[in-house]
Design a protein around this ligand. Structure first.
Ligand code: GLN
Length: 275
């Protein structure tokens, strides 16, 4: 679910917009609260308010959003990073454990780069190469911009435009320690999709065929070819899809297939290992 104006509360939202318009962080803003507003900030604030009143998600209006330790640039070219997706990174870090690498990883359908860049940021410096792919050139542009914002950990970032496995160079087939993805998984006719999500976010990042599983099918079917022995595949999914996705992982020959819950207690991720 998107953290839209309705869910964050009007007061917090107003405060964020004022901070953002003033160019100050929360602490600086409090210290400057009695100072006069300059004209440029006033114009910026009014423009943002107009967009929020028009229903645009606040993340796009501010052009940035937090994901784990990163402050990511986001706009309508990419899905807004969701808090539940932060746990995908946790599952990967748990799998890696104390191992020092070097790791070869992929974040398929990276969007803003949230998952792949978090991995690079949180794993030991220089320990991982993370291939971030997306079928959308626009999304890869956003991910690259975000990579530039994280500094040295981004040396391990590789970007490829293309659909799922097709985006990757064939020489690295069979070498992946980890493949992670938050693919589109909403069924085309799903009536539960929030109106603001449907209206503002890129449909190519949300919808995946009649049952929402078209992309997860492609991802699971290539896993055995691309992972090394002991390598992990983990994907996000819709909360009603656990048994179907479990079957897809199992049919792809993966072992230790496990369903993981999100913080709301919903089935949200499936992982499996190539033996
Ligand atoms: N979790 C998102 C939503 O329900 C969907 C994201 C996705 O399809 N990967 O809005």
């Amino acid at each position: 679910m998107a953290n839209t104006a309705e869910t964050v509360g009007d007061k917090a939202l107003a405060r964020w917009l004022c901070e953002h318009a003033s160019g100050l962080d929360a602490e600086e803003f409090s210290a400057a609260i009695d100072e006069l507003v300059n004209a440029r900030s006033g114009i910026h604030l009014e423009a943002m308010i107009r967009r929020v009143l028009d229903g645009e998600p606040v993340q796009y209006v501010m052009g940035r959003w937090a994901f784990r330790y990163l402050d990511l640039m986001v706009d309508q070219r990419v899905l807004i990073p969701r808090p539940e997706t932060e746990l995908l990174v946790e599952i990967v870090l748990h799998h890696v454990g104390d191992s020092k690498g070097p790791f070869t990883m992929a974040d398929l359908g990276t969007g803003s780069g949230a998952i792949g860049l978090s991995l690079l940021h949180e794993l030991p410096l220089n320990s991982a190469t993370v291939w971030m792919t997306d079928a959308s050139t626009d999304a890869i542009d956003v991910a690259r911009a975000n990579a530039a914002g994280i500094g040295r950990p981004a040396v391990g970032a590789r970007f490829e435009v293309g659909s799922w496995w097709d985006a990757l160079p064939s020489e690295i087939a069979g070498l992946f320690d980890v493949v992670v993805s938050n693919p589109p998984y909403i069924a085309h006719e799903d009536a539960e999709v929030e109106q603001s999500v449907n209206k503002w976010e890129p449909h190519s990042a949300l919808f995946a065929g009649a049952d929402g599983l078209d992309d997860i099918r492609v991802i699971t079917s290539g896993a055995a070819q691309w992972l090394r022995s002991g390598g992990l595949l983990v994907t996000e999914m819709g909360y009603t899809q656990a048994s179907a996705v479990l079957d897809l992982f199992t049919s792809a020959g993966l072992k230790n297939v496990t369903v993981h819950k999100d913080l709301a207690g919903h089935d949200r991720f499936v992982s499996g290992v190539k033996t």
